[in-house]
Design a protein around this ligand. Sequence first.
Ligand SMILES: [Zn+2]
Length: 222
Amino acid sequence: MAAGGRTHFMQFFSRDKVNTFRPKKKFEQGTLKFNLHKQANASLNSGIDLKEVVKLPSGEDQNDWVAVHVVDFFNRINLLYGTICEYCTDQTCPTMSGGPRYEYMWCDGHHYKKPTALPAPQYITLLMEWVESQINDETIFPIKVGVPFPKNFLQTVKKILTRLFRVFVHVYIHHFDKLVAIGAEAHVNTCYKHFYYFVTEFSLVDKKELEPLKEMTEKICH
Ligand SMILES: [Zn+2]
């Protein structure tokens, strides 16, 4: 189960890392979203068909289904980066790159009005803070049952998932050896496959954004 996976993962953290990169949003027990969240996670044991489990269960609202997944992916990617963040510094990673062919620029329209090159840890911190602010905004991710999602919900979700994907790109391409060293490779691959099947099932990340990990994806996602 995902919860077990998290506990297992936590042992890699020193206390200060836990405080920086930890699950930041939980679903209230007893709410529809909590039940969906459980449903989405219940089948994450090894050996299950991730391509199937991402599909919208009949009778469920697609926006609700998407929302719980976005929050779960945020939490998991946050933990994932937490496991290697001490190895990702301004010195090791002076740019937010995914190999020699890809470099991401940060732009938020406020502090960074133009696309700006930043060291990877700074870029990823800004990225995670931005995603967190989106999912904690109740006008975008309504908490109460019956409160409708905004019209541009899927557009916002696409932006969130496109940005979260970049963390996979950076971690896989620049810190894969560390993932292997701490024994997290299988866990990360499962998390990635789940993410990949989910975003392709609902067309939430453009093909060209998925390019940097294309070869690896072909190997692990059949
Ligand atoms: Zn790095």
